[in-house]
Design a protein around this ligand. Sequence first.
Ligand SMILES: [Zn+2]
Length: 218
Amino acid sequence: MWKDFLSLIYPKICLGCETILVSNENLICLSCFADLPKSNFYAQSSILIGLEEYNFIIGLYKFNDDLIQQLIHALKYNGKSSVGVVLGIELGKLILRNDKYEEIDLIVPVPIHRNKKRKRGYNQSYYIAKGVAKIIHAPIKEILRKSEKGNSQTGKKKYERWLNVKGSFSLKSNSKLQAKHVLIIDDVITTGATIEACVKAIRKYGKVKISIAVLAIA
Ligand SMILES: [Zn+2]
């Protein structure tokens, strides 16, 4: 009631076309939502990112777009966690439509550092994972931890330095992953270093099948 009253005084407008949003719309109107630039990025090759091998990598939208960038900014910095769920549902549909799809045993959101999580209140990738889980019906397991800082860069090979830029990730000790198919979820792939570092941390465990799905590809 109070919310409805407030929205009379301050109607919410679409980030894309500035029309007034109706109650089932979130940040953008349905017509802008339908027009978001699909990348339909799909690859089975590991060459595109780094040295690790994946089952598949899938990206829903092109990051090089104002509206996509505004939505992801709202998700990360303006407390709009629901954007993650809404776009995560679309990502889940794309994953299921892909003919190379194989059943996923667990969905793993890329973690953020705990100081950042305290400040932001949540991990955006967890909300994207929630949307994906609604469609593919697999459990979300937060098995990765992001460490304080990357290790010292000196004396490392170029590939290791590149991996280390985004800090390092480790596996929580109670994870049971043998012969499982893990789907890693993140908001954006830019250089691929974050994903690569997560995959390395999971592979330390042993033989694990890994796929990757992100909202946008830069
Ligand atoms: Zn619109």
